[in-house]
Design a protein around this ligand. Sequence first.
Ligand code: SF4
Length: 126
Amino acid sequence: MKKPDVDRPSTWKQYRSGMCNGCYSGCCTMPVEIKLSDLIRLGLTDEDEAAGSVKKLAKRLSKEGIIQSYRQGTEFFMLTQKSNSDCLFLDSVTRLCTVYEKRPDTCRQFPSIGPRPGFCPGASAK
Ligand code: SF4
């Protein structure tokens, strides 16, 4: 599979239905910010813990390698990326999301939202 140039949105392709089939999943190599509600849906925390100290929760998730940062002002958690930039939930062989049914809202909304709305980093499988 040819790796798309994720860092250059000007090279991205206009999204069309079916483009994701056989794609390298370049979108899953970009930083993903998620909310508390996403963490609950993913089963990474529960309502009780979420109602307590979010800072404490962020500390635990960071220690467990699930998030790489937390921004208190916006209450956004940054999902951990592997050394090759893959999302921690991306299967490196199939290039498919391993938590697809529970994936964060940011992922559900892409490419309607993102650096270049309506466009994605590439669909080349060759
Ligand atoms: S959670 Fe799933 S859809 Fe979202 S970036 Fe990670 S692998 Fe991709």
